[in-house]
Design a protein around this ligand. Structure first.
Ligand code: F6P
Length: 565
């Protein structure tokens, strides 16, 4: 589908909320804004920063470097109103089964409901069981952290290995990395997700089974990659410990599937439960966050939850026009559906947040990477953006060239802390200067006249003929948001993650999607389970397309012979 088609249609008639009357007005407004340069908007309005920035607790959002005016935001807010964002928001918080294709409530907000007000699913208040699991996690973590919990030879645990994938890996991994300055001095955390044997092999190589604790993390306890790695880890452990009775001190599970945990051989007493109303990619606040509690402690985990709760409260109660997740969501819609932007970059200027882009990739793309709306109709507008990114400062020396001069619109979020965790203030000033320089350069660009002037200056090399001037011109007008944290504390991190979760929610509502199922990951799993035995088949395989069959047969011929898979 061409990007023109995937933007809002000129002529209505197709399904979906983007055919609301306000979208026509927005489209006309876009036609005016398409030629407006942000440089001129800033020149015309010295109060632009005040107008388009917002502070929630320790988070500051500057969204003034966007291709917007007050009218743009008013129209986008009207779109949010017409799509009934407020109504859907209440439905989510109230525990309605808004994940209708799986008949599930969507209640990650209950996991950090620090106000502890009742949240009902099927008439039952879920808060007592939420609180009980948080307490169990804290008590268990404390035993491991204090050294009271010992391995089968009486040694204290030194290493914890989380075996999980997707939401059962990315969230805890990102948070454990982000909160490294708060880590326990003895416990080292490892994450195994990839079914490429190199991952588990390499991770276990350096570990001692006597002092290693495994967390098998899987909502379903059926994910092939996780179960394969978990079985390997179990064998690795038993090879040395020799007795299945020792498993109890070295393996715990996090799951919503008690029977499968028992079948694996983990005592359900060592299982930390969560529920079907916690989506995998929204689960770090649940028992899936056990690695976080082990590494930073129950108190810090509570601060993370409190930060998320503060953002939940803001999202739930602030008017749309001053609502941070709503604003981010609307800006995304503006670029995606009206300017035809295909992707969105996440650029943390913080070494500890370097895994945030990968985390948000799953959160966003698995949620809104859909083209069938809630009513089962194929949409004719673009939905979830391609989310990508990396540490910003490293990106400057890698992919920023394309951001500046590649000719595409790639809206970007720059994320940075005011206070660093190290005492290296000079480093931090440099980091901060670069973050500012990039957002300024993306916004302002550099005109031909400015470039010529610079090239004529002694620094620019006056001897140059000017034939390269055009190469050095920057169009600018590239939108970006700046998100400033006071410091990357557990609380601030909780706020930041919840901010993005709600942004994704709002966009899903406006696109009329169910953001909480993930049918798109199923077909590949299904086909892989058919292909796996074929890789060992005695006779050549023919039942696929010519390419797939040929590749299967090539692999059969060329792989190392071995007894079985
Ligand atoms: O395949 C996608 C997915 O279902 C994700 O949504 C989920 O986070 C991941 O797999 C892991 O699932 P589980 O926790 O059940 O192992």
């Amino acid at each position: 589908m061409s990007s023109a088609v995937r933007m809002v249609q000129d002529e209505g008639g197709g399904p979906g909320v983007l055919h609301r009357p306000v979208c026509r007005v927005l489209q006309a407004h876009h036609a005016q804004m398409a030629t407006v340069h942000m440089r001129d908007l800033f020149a015309a309005d010295p109060a632009r920063f005040e107008r388009f920035s917002l502070r929630v607790g320790e988070l500051l959002l500057d969204y003034s470097k966007n291709r917007i005016t007050g009218d743009t935001m008013s129209l986008l807010e009207r779109l949010a109103e017409e799509a009934d964002v407020a109504g859907w928001r209440e439905r989510m918080f109230a525990g309605d089964k808004i994940n209708h294709t799986e008949n599930r409530a969507v209640l990650h907000v209950a996991l950090r409901n620090r106000g502890n007000f009742p949240v009902k699913v099927d008439g039952e208040d879920v808060m007592p069981k939420v609180n009980a699991v948080i307490e169990r996690m804290g008590a268990f973590a404390e035993r491991v952290r204090s050294g009271e919990w010992r391995g089968y030879t009486g040694e204290r645990m030194t290493d914890v290995v989380n075996v999980g994938i997707g939401g059962s890996d990315l969230g805890p991994q990102m948070v454990v990395q982000a909160l490294k300055p708060y880590r326990h001095p003895r416990l080292k955390m490892h994450f195994i997700s990839n079914v490429d044997g190199a991952h588990v092999k390499e991770a276990l190589e350096a570990l001692n089974p006597e002092t290693t604790l495994f967390i098998v993390s899987s909502k379903t306890f059926a994910t092939q990659e996780t179960m394969t790695n978990a079985h390997y880890a179990r064998e690795w452990f038993l090879a040395q410990s020799q007795a299945t009775g020792h498993i109890a001190r070295h393996f715990v599970a996090v799951s919503a599937n008690r029977d499968a945990v028992a079948a694996f051989g983990i005592d359900p007493a060592h299982m930390f439960e969560f529920w079907d109303w916690v989506g995998g990619r929204y689960s770090l606040w649940s028992a899936i966050g056990l690695p976080i509690v082990l590494v930073v402690g129950a108190e810090r985990f509570a601060e993370l939850l409190e930060g998320a709760h503060e953002m939940d409260e803001h999202f739930r109660h602030a008017p749309l026009a001053q609502n941070m997740p709503v604003i981010l969501a609307l800006l995304g819609i503006w670029y995606n559906n009206f300017f035809g932007a295909e992707s969105h970059a996440i650029l943390p200027y913080d070494h500890y947040l370097r895994s945030l882009p990968a985390y948000l990739q799953q959160a966003d793309m698995e949620s809104n990477g859909k083209s069938v709306d809630r009513d089962g109709r194929v949409v004719d507008y673009s939905t979830g953006a391609i989310v990508w990114g990396a540490s910003g400062i490293n990106g400057q020396h890698a992919f920023y060239q394309l951001l500046h001069q590649g000719g595409r619109m790639i809206p970007a979020d720059f994320i940075v802390s005011v206070e660093p965790h190290t005492e290296l203030q000079a480093h931090h000033d440099i980091l901060f200067a670069h973050f500012l320089a990039q957002t300024e350069a993306l916004m302002r660009g550099r005109t031909r006249e400015e470039t010529q002037l610079e090239m004529g200056s002694p620094e620019g090399g006056s001897a140059q003929t000017g034939q390269f001037v055009q190469h050095k011109v920057f169009d600018g007008n590239h939108p970006s948001n700046a998100l400033l944290l006071q410091k990357l504390t557990p609380h601030a991190l909780g706020m930041l993650i919840a901010l993005y979760e709600h942004k994704i929610f709002v966009q899903g509502v406006i696109w009329n999607l169910n953001s909480y199922d993930q049918w798109g990951v199923e077909l590949g799993k299904q086909l892989a389970s058919r292909i796996l035995p074929e890789l060992q088949a005695a006779a050549p395989v023919t039942g696929h397309d010519a390419s797939t069959s040929a590749l299967i047969n090539y692999y059969r011929r060329m792989r190392r012979p071995h007894a079985g898979l």
